[in-house]
Design a protein around this ligand. Structure first.
Ligand code: AMP
Length: 212
């Protein structure tokens, strides 16, 4: 299953709920890249330059890491992709990986949110350094200031969640990823979800579509 939508649409939050409900791993390309940046691996050092500017990491840099992740044992019975694919080349590569593994693409869920709401969601977002759970300073604050409710990790503001970078990320989405959503629509696998309102409201809409 693929979750699509602009940055700040709530893909990470919904992917975690899907992971728990269907017992399949949440695979986030952003998370794979952030841990590589943190570990200062070759991938991380290369990816960092693009991430800081809010640009997409080149396909050739990222694809191997995603391929390795999807080949892992815990992905055998399926997975929820969040933030991948983001380009036509990535979606072709994913199609090839799925056919080679004999796995169907069951759902492509596109979460739609107006740009003004995305900017306010991202600029107030705080993320757990340890488990990447998302919070929002106004809409879903943690119980203890700057501490993750789930694992006790420290909450921080991602460097690409600052206003200047948010605009570049939205532009990258419009230019490179939105056309992909339309391609999945033409294939007849796309489900549009209204991403406004609380995470629980969005979750109910997704569940309704996926169960149907
Ligand atoms: P995310 O956590 O999905 O918002 O991703 C954070 C950043 O990681 C993006 O702004 C990109 O720089 C990079 N990134 C994540 N996924 C991809 C992808 N599929 N293709 C290219 N760059 C990506």
């Amino acid at each position: 299953m693929i979750l699509m939508g602009p940055p700040g649409a709530g893909k990470g939050t919904q992917a975690k709920l899907l992971e728990a409900r269907f017992r399949i791993p949440h695979v986030s390309s952003g998370e794979i890249l952030r841990s590589a940046v943190c570990a200062k691996t070759e991938l991380g050092l290369e990816a960092r330059k693009y991430m800081e500017r809010g640009e997409l990491v080149p396909d050739g840099v990222l694809l191997g890491a995603v391929r390795d992740r999807l080949a892992a044992e815990d992905c055998r019975d399926g997975f929820v992709l969040d933030g991948f694919p983001r380009t036509v080349t990535q979606s072709k590569a994913l199609g090839e990986m799925l056919s080679a593994a004999g796995k169907p693409l069951d759902h492509v869920v596109s979460i739609r949110v107006p740009v003004s709401e995305v900017v306010s969601r991202l600029s107030g977002r705080r993320t757990c350094r340890r488990c990447e759970s998302p919070y929002h300073v106004a809409y879903s604050p943690p119980r203890r200031d700057a501490v993750c409710d789930k694992c006790g990790g420290e909450l921080y503001q991602r460097s690409d969640d600052r206003e200047e970078t948010i605009r570049a990320r939205l532009q990258a989405h419009e230019r490179q990823t939105a056309p992909l959503i339309e391609a999945y629509r033409e294939q007849g696998v796309l489900r549009d979800i209204d991403g406004s309102g609380s995470p629980q409201e969005v979750w109910a809409r997704i569940l309704h579509e996926v169960d149907a």
